[in-house]
Design a protein around this ligand. Sequence first.
Ligand code: FCB
Length: 445
Amino acid sequence: MFNKKQFGAEFKWGVSTAAYQIEGAHNIDDKGFSIWDTFSNQNKKILGNHNGNHACDFYNRHEDDLKLIKYLNIPNFRFSLSWPRILPSGIGTINQKGVDFYDRLIDHSMELGVTPWVTLYHWDLPQMIEDKGGWTNRDVVSWFSDFVEVCANKFGDRVNNWMILNEPMVFTGAGYFLGIHAPGRKGLKNFIPAVHHAALCQSLGARVLKSICPNANVGTTFSCSHLEPNTSSEKDKLATKRVDALINRLFIEPSLGLGYPTDDLKLLDRIYDYFLPDDEKLLPFDFDFVGLQNYTREIVTHSYFVPLLQAKLIKADKRNVPITLMNWEVYPDAMYQTLKKFDQYSQIKKIIVTENGAAFHDVFFDGKIEDELRANYLKDHIREVLRAKNDGIKVEGYFVWTLLDNFEWAEGFYPRFGIVHTNFKTQERTIKKSGYWYKNFLDNK
Ligand code: FCB
């Protein structure tokens, strides 16, 4: 077995959440609607027709939930700010009640000695901005910068750790290309401009933040999967390269000054149509840390049937491997390989694993949840982080996804990722075995 000490005293341990997935209170205290309020309240968009209107009611229960974090010995808490709770129209008038909520959350957290780590954008775009074109409208860059300015001015006196965007590849890909996430738009004509504007917001948001809070620890987060070709054929290898450019390299490389990976991904060529003269210079930003979010490995095969990309992923349940409820393969080595891959970018100063976790079918028995599979998943992945660290890879933190079972986007409340169980009828919380495992691990001084 390994213990916490082996990671060093400076290593950041935490737990991650996101506003829309836990807060609920969707129409309380003058909050504006987000694209997720709209999308999840439409028929048949979300599994089981669920929506996040009430979610975990974290808006009203955050004091108790913070105590739970404290009880679990978790020193760092990652949460996101709901843009339409703070600016109901996306721009303009500030909603003081929304600011008050985050003030309470930050203050209570700090009173308990739990350090806040704030994500500025975790997918809940104000609906009024979407009505003006959302991420496809270039103006989103200045609207987002204004939002960042408000947040830095309001909370920057207490919050030191910031993340600009959560997984831009997922919110542009699922939301503006595949249409399976809010706002449900499809096609390259939406995806390509959304990518470029999100990449600009990633760096401009960071600049705004640093200009107001020069000492802040500023990062941003990326979804990344370890990829392997299905066979050693040249076709599968090239297909893997294209998928890698799309899902792992698309947002990190422009931020590092390497530009978009257009050489390996021809479908991106049209992105230059959306460039203004100075954009090349605006895309890079020297982040203090990069947040990596890895859950699995993917196997890639060449496919003539997928237009432009000519590649597809072989679903885990077709591969005879252990899987989670998301149909993601359980493959801890993926964590090590991902850290190693990103470590090779010499421009990255520090890596923090800002999400990792698993959804399994939990069974309540005798008032307890013995979620052995989740506890093992966490142990096995944390062990891989240690292996990476011991190999000299610059990984300096690990955050579990997630504290509470919550609203898992298109999958509704079905996949439970929490180390704490949520009873969605009574809002009762029950710490799972995985939660006790993390608590004991973190207690080991
Ligand atoms: C990530 C998201 C997070 C959660 C996990 C399971 O892609 O950032 O909100 O849904 O996956």
